[in-house]
Design a protein around this ligand. Structure first.
Ligand code: PNS
Length: 159
């Protein structure tokens, strides 16, 4: 049986920190599905479909990584796909608190649902999609924070 892991997020936009987690998850699991989901707490800047295309482009060199959009709860996506785990990156203790609560809630929704936390590499620990959007909105350089392969596609959305 192949082990599928789901890496869910808003990816608005995908950052170098996200891409690092995807690459590391791809080395741990047979298949990784990068899933674009709605975060009810976030408004969203880049159109949903475009985020999906950007992820596919950035991950085109990773044969066991696929991308999908899901308009529902994460637990239902895990159930539908038969995934063995959800992967989330953890930057700091604040992330841990939030993600630990989410992992517990998801397990309540789907008993047995496992969430695997991968510690963010130190060089990416300060990067977030919201910070990238904010810095870019002031016209500053965010190229260090975005995968090079999608940089030119992302920038027009952040102006
Ligand atoms: O990149 P983000 O915004 O931190 O990702 C959060 C996301 C999209 C994974 C989370 O909001 C989510 O799972 N949304 C779908 C609805 C859901 O299942 N919520 C979990 C309730 S505990």
């Amino acid at each position: 049986m192949k082990h599928l892991a789901i890496f869910p997020g808003s990816f608005d936009p995908l950052t170098v920190g996200h891409l690092d987690i995807i690459q590391r998850a791809a080395g741990l699991f047979d298949e990784v599905m990068v899933a674009v989901l709605h975060n009810p707490a976030k408004k969203g800047t880049i159109p949903f479909d475009e985020r999906l295309l950007l992820i596919r482009k950035a991950c085109s060199g990773l044969p066991n990584v696929q991308a999908a959009a899901w308009d529902g709860m994460l637990a239902d996506l895990v159930k539908t796909t038969g995934a063995c785990a959800v992967v989330r990156g953890i930057r700091d203790m604040r992330d841990f608190d939030t993600e630990n609560a989410m992992a517990c809630l998801n397990r309540d929704l789907l008993p047995g649902l496992e969430t695997v936390f991968l510690p963010t590499l130190p060089q990416y620990g300060h990067i977030s999609s919201s910070a990238v959007r904010e810095i870019a909105s002031f016209g500053k350089d965010v190229s260090a924070y975005l995968p090079e392969s999608i940089l030119n596609d992302v920038l027009p959305y952040l102006k």
